[in-house]
Design a binder for this molecule. Structure first.
Ligand code: BMA
Length: 842
């Protein structure tokens, strides 16, 4: 059937590829990358050179036209950037040989904004969705010389406003819901408002043959009795119908399939088995094994050379188990048949201007080292770039992927739904070959908002019914249907959380966002009796490191009263909330530096209570994802790492609390219970010791034991009546030290009996010794002569310390790693502080 195809032209392909520097796209199709670009404001006469991909803010900043949007309160002075229309153009030539190809397509992805696209003066597209990619057939419009591609963006706010005005009714969330752009760019309680346009991906001209593979993945249908039933999912695009042969290899196993395809787009799945497969496991539960999967498609009639594509494929099943049980409704992930406790955090875009993390791999590896096994990509941001998911595959980090809808109700007209369906098809197809994808979630808090945030007040019944029915169409019909058709047997939930904190069921049914602490002002201790089945969000704010603020504020503004500093706090009651909580339990900060230290310590200790309570309650509770992992600018927020990736005290605490075996002491009046929670998938020998000492280190009580810790469980090891002991030593202010050892690792948690503001700490003297060079910097030992709380090594001159914010027992030696490029480090360069210093400030 394909014999009409000009074979001699295909023979040219390998030859052509030698002549064109950019001749292949990411999947190996022949392509030319367009990389000569100019830009201008629409009414300007002069075009200026720019490089892409990047956002208009970065371009203007590089040109010296604007200051960095994060500097002082620059963001507020940059609304004009979005009020204007920005035009981009590229002129390019095409060698005549390309015209022998049957087709040419312009591939436009990452157009963040609303733009009209013209090729040689002909309008070929109105792009209206930042999350989509367009392929526009354009062979007839191309010429050898002087091709002109123009991308003309309109003002996002103007588009949003105009579209919103045309709605028959108002929608909660306001104008931003009308535009398919990362929703947080319209301003969020952790983010600046920077919504102007960007081109986020390279733009290509592609030259497909008569037959192309548009995507392929290897999906896991089931795992049973050491046999994996897998499916090769193949999407093809062909001008004519035909048949061919697929040869698939998975490492050393190989499989063949005959297939036929109609003209146009086509999806087919081919089932095959692998006996005794090597499985992909989340970090902490096993190796995230990845097969090298390779397909080679041959067709005697049409293909002179086989089409070869490769992916890394993981064999695993991940199911979300939501079943009624004695308490309510479960919410846990079963991976390869094994229930897994999810440990991680919520991810937001890495940058408010450029969105994506510039170098995700080492960063995701560091999450694995913090004992993470899951992140949630939150629905108010963006779908991440491919490299991000590949790193998650490699490091065993499961991804809970929200669709990009957050805290609002969205339109339901056919045009909007069609646009969203196309976006969903593309994203589900793109991401399904990544074994890390664990769950698709329709939206962030839309259901919760609709039912409990007063959005319905004042609405007519007709409008309410209409908005709710539009919600149903999108989140209970279109999205799950597409996940079912194109996903890798993924679970789907309509919204997160299942119940908000206003409904008592939030503790017993499904996943929870518990904002009782922070938004409602409840004390941190309440986390201990507000344990849900799965905590998908809970958080508390703190200030970022001083070195981070210093990059965006002049020295004289580095003070607490600075309005410029506070313009980096986006939550309307944020500063007041931090202060109210600090006043309850912590010494009064006297300056910015002490505020940073104390706010970080409070965030770490408060959230530490939550995480400990969640892990102790396994298997009732089966996951905890703190809000929020990272920052998109140098702001004051709930993040565990600041904009530059500096770990706050919280993330140090979390990586301690997430370790595979966590021992705990629960005090119920005079009854003390010592226990452990293990996430290991095997039994391990465990040594536990509890000692009670005074602030100088004199020991009054000691209990220890050795045991075999059961896998995947929480156990109380010892219950002790302590009334007599406490009575006998009533005059002593004791400190509890819980130590444990397993798999060659020594861990400890130190318990101070009073609130930080009341602790009568003694002045610690530190001794820093044994400086040694390591592959990533240095390491040294620290000792203290007294109990020292929250010992902090100040991050300065690029030095980063792991761990930091540690508690030290007298006489104990702790090894600290320094990450740095500096060639020589001495103890004189290290500034050490502890809570004692902040209690005794002038
Ligand atoms: C959560 C998130 C965000 C918000 C955060 C803090 O519910 O989903 O919308 O930034 O609360 O308020």
């Amino acid at each position: 059937m394909l014999s009409k195809f000009p074979r001699n032209l295909l023979l040219l392909i390998p030859m052509l590829s030698q002549f064109f520097f950019n001749s292949f796209n990411a999947v190996g199709q022949l392509a030319i990358q367009l990389d000569q670009w100019e830009y201008k404001e629409s009414t300007d006469q002069i075009w200026k050179k720019c490089s892409l991909p990047q956002s208009i803010y970065s371009i203007l900043m590089n040109e010296g036209k604007i200051l960095n949007p994060y500097w002082m309160d620059q963001e507020t002075k940059l609304t004009w950037v979005d009020d204007k229309s920005w035009w981009f153009r590229s002129t390019f030539e095409i060698d005549s040989t390309w015209f022998s190809f049957p087709q040419a397509e312009l591939v436009l992805g990452g157009l963040d904004g609303y733009a009209d696209i013209f090729l040689n003066q002909v309008k070929i597209l109105s792009a209206d969705n930042s999350f989509r990619e367009w392929r526009i057939p354009c062979k007839d419009l191309l010429k050898e010389n002087g091709n002109l591609l123009e991308i003309r963006f309109s003002s996002t706010s103007l588009i949003a406003e105009t579209k919103y005005r045309m709605l028959p009714h108002l929608l909660p969330g306001g104008e931003r819901v009308m535009v398919r752009k990362p929703q947080f760019s319209f301003g969020w309680d952790f983010a600046p408002k920077l919504q102007a346009c960007a081109i986020r991906k390279k733009i290509f001209l592609e030259f497909p043959g008569l037959f192309e593979v548009s995507s392929f993945g290897v999906f896991t249908k089931k795992l049973e009795n050491e046999v994996a039933t897998l499916e090769l999912d193949l999407k093809t695009k062909s001008i004519l119908s035909g048949d061919g042969k697929i040869h698939l290899t998975m490492d050393k196993d190989s499989f063949s399939f005959d297939f036929n395809y109609p003209s146009g787009l086509h999806q087919q799945r081919f089932e095959f088995d692998i006996v005794n497969p090597k499985l992909w496991w989340p970090s902490g539960s096993g190796e995230p094994y990845l097969y090298d999967a390779k397909i080679s498609i041959t067709n005697a009639d049409s293909l002179v050379q086989p089409i070869i594509r490769t992916v890394k494929a993981g064999i695993r099943t991940i199911e979300l188990i939501q079943e009624p049980d004695d308490y309510g409704r479960s919410f846990y992930f079963k991976v390869n048949g094994l229930p897994i406790f999810a440990k991680g955090a919520n991810y937001i875009p890495a940058d408010a201007v450029e969105l994506y993390h510039p170098n995700p791999d080492p960063w995701i590896k560091s999450l694995k080292e913090s004992h993470f096994n899951m992140i949630r990509i939150w629905g108010g941001g963006t779908y991440e770039q491919d490299a991000f998911y590949s790193s998650c595959d490699r490091h065993g980090i499961m991804v809970w992927q929200d669709f990009m809808f957050a805290c609002a109700m969205y339109p339901g007209d056919p045009e909007f739904l069609q646009n969203v369906a196309a976006e969903t098809y593309e994203q589900v197809t793109r991401l399904s070959s990544h074994p890390c994808i664990a769950l698709w979630c329709g939206n962030n808090e839309n259901n919760e908002g609709w039912h409990r945030w007063g959005w319905q007040i004042g609405m007519s019944k007709k409008n309410k019914d209409r908005i709710w029915s539009d919600y149903q169409k999108l989140f209970n019909n279109i999205l799950p249907e597409l996940v079912k058709l194109h996903g890798n047997y993924h679970s789907y939930i309509e919204s997160s959380p299942l119940y908000g904190r206003g409904d008592p069921k939030f503790k017993s049914d499904g996943d929870a966002h518990d904002w009782g602490i922070w938004h409602d002002g409840l004390p941190f201790e309440d986390f201990e009796h507000r344990v849900p089945r799965f905590m998908s969000e809970a958080g508390f704010q703190s200030f970022p490191d001083l070195s981070t603020l210093r990059k965006y504020l002049p020295e004289h503004e580095l003070k607490l009263e600075s309005e410029f500093l506070l313009s980096h706090q986006k939550h309307p009651k944020g500063q007041q909330t931090i202060q109210t909580y600090l006043a309850r339990d912590y010494p009064k900060p006297t300056d910015l530096e002490s505020f940073i230290y104390l706010s970080q310590l409070m965030q770490a200790e408060g959230m530490g209570k939550a995480i400990l309570a969640h892990r102790k309650s396994k298997p009732y509770c089966m996951g905890t994802l703190y809000w929020q992992l990272n920052d998109c600018w140098p702001g004051i927020s709930w993040s565990g790492m600041d904009y530059f990736g500096n770990w706050k005290a919280l993330h140090h605490k979390v990586s301690h609390l997430f370790q595979p075996i966590l021992c705990h002491l629960t005090i119920e009046d005079d009854l003390w219970k010592i226990g452990y929670t293990s996430d290991l998938i095997y039994e391990d020998s465990l040594f536990i010791q509890l000692s009670l000492r005074d602030f100088n280190g004199n020991e009054y009580f000691n209990w220890k034991t050795k045991l075999l810790a059961g896998y995947e469980q929480t156990q109380t090891v010892q219950s002790m009546q302590m009334a007599d002991f406490l009575d006998q030593y009533r005059s002593i202010k004791w400190v509890g030290v819980l130590e444990w050892e397993y798999s060659g690792k020594k861990e400890q948690s130190i318990f101070f009996p009073q609130k930080c503001k009341d602790l009568e700490l003694l002045k610690p003297n530190f001794n820093l010794t044994n400086f040694k060079k390591t592959s990533s910097g240095y390491k040294f030992l620290i000792q203290s002569d007294k109990f020292a709380k929250a010992v902090y090594f100040r991050e300065q001159n690029g030095l980063r310390f792991f761990p930091n914010f540690i508690d030290l027992a007298p006489g104990e030696s702790r090894e600290i790693q320094i990450q740095t490029n500096q060639s020589a480090i001495g103890s004189d360069q290290i500034i050490v502080k502890s809570l004692y210093d902040y209690q005794n400030q002038p």
